[in-house]
Design a protein around this ligand. Structure first.
Ligand SMILES: Nc1nc2c(c(=O)[nH]1)N[C@H]1C(S)=C(S)[C@@H](COP(=O)(O)O)O[C@H]1N2
Ligand SMILES: [Mo]
Length: 208
C-alpha cells in the first residue's frame, strides 16, 4: 500500500481557520507519544481483524486483506491533546470512516459509538462525530506507515475532537443506544469529557 494510493484531493476542514491553536493549547514541533499501557507488538497481520458490532443491522468483521482493499483518502489536519499540546500540519492517509457506511448500517436509535483497541483501551464518541467528513481510520502519517507507538497498523483520527478520541491500535467499533464512558472518560482515569471539542475546551465531564 503506497502513500500515493490515496485520492489526489486532500480533505481538510479545521485548517482553514485563521487561528489554528485552540484556547489553552501550545504548539509542539515534535510528535509526543501518549497512551496508557504498552505498545502492542504486531507480527504479521493474518490474525488481525476489525469488528463492527452492537446496534448495527448486521455485524461485520474485516480482515487486514479486506480492509486494505477499501478506497483510500488523505486528510490534512491538526491534532490537539487535552494535556495542552497541539501538533499542526498532519497528513493522514487511510480509509474514511464514512466509507464504512457502505458496509455497515448503524441503527438510527444508536447515536453513540465505543472504539475498542488492543489491551482493552476504549473511547466513546457521538456517531455524528465518528462519521465526520475529515475522519478516517489511518494507516499512514506524513507519507510513512504509522510507527508502532503512533498506532500501527491502524488508528482512528477525529481531527475535530481532542486527540484521546483518536484511538490507536483500533480493533472494534461498537454502536450504542446510550452513551458510556471509555477509558479516559471514566472517573477512575480522569473523567475526561464524553465529547471533547477543543475549541470550547470540553476537557472534563461535569461532576454531577
Ligand atoms: N489505544 C490508545 N489510543 C490512544 C491513547 C491510549 O491511551 N490508548 N491515548 C490517546 C491520547 S490521550 C492522545 S493525545 C493520542 C496521542 O497520539 P500519539 O501518541 O500518536 O501522539 O492518542 C490517543 N489514542
Ligand atoms: Mo491526549
Amino acid at each position: 500500500m503506497k502513500a500515493n494510493d490515496a485520492n489526489d484531493a486532500i480533505i481538510s476542514t479545521d485548517t482553514g481557520r485563521s487561528n489554528r491553536i485552540p484556547p489553552g493549547q501550545v504548539q509542539t514541533r515534535k510528535w509526543p507519544i501518549l497512551h496508557a499501557g504498552t505498545t502492542p507488538d504486531y507480527g504479521d497481520l493474518s490474525g488481525w481483524d476489525l469488528y463492527f458490532f452492537g446496534a448495527v443491522e448486521s455485524k461485520l468483521r474485516l480482515t487486514w486483506a479486506e480492509f486494505s482493499k477499501l478506497p483510500r483518502v488523505a486528510v490534512f489536519a491538526d491534532m490537539h491533546c487535552v494535556t495542552r499540546w497541539s501538533k499542526l500540519d498532519n497528513t493522514w492517509e487511510g480509509v474514511a470512516t464514512k466509507e464504512l457506511l457502505h458496509w455497515i448500517k448503524p441503527n438510527a436509535n444508536a447515536p453513540f459509538a465505543m472504539i475498542h483497541c488492543e489491551q482493552g483501551f476504549t473511547t466513546n464518541l457521538p456517531v455524528a462525530d465518528l462519521f465526520g467528513d475529515d475522519c478516517l481510520l489511518a494507516t499512514h502519517h506524513n507519507g510513512a506507515p504509522l510507527e508502532p507507538d503512533h498506532g500501527y497498523p491502524l488508528r482512528l483520527v477525529i481531527p475535530k475532537l481532542y486527540a484521546w478520541k483518536s484511538a490507536k491500535w483500533v480493533r472494534g467499533i461498537e454502536f450504542m443506544a446510550h452513551d458510556q464512558p471509555g477509558f479516559w472518560e471514566s472517573w477512575e482515569n480522569g473523567g475526561y469529557h464524553m465529547r471533547g471539542d477543543p475549541w470550547v475546551e470540553e476537557r472534563f465531564r461535569e461532576s454531577s
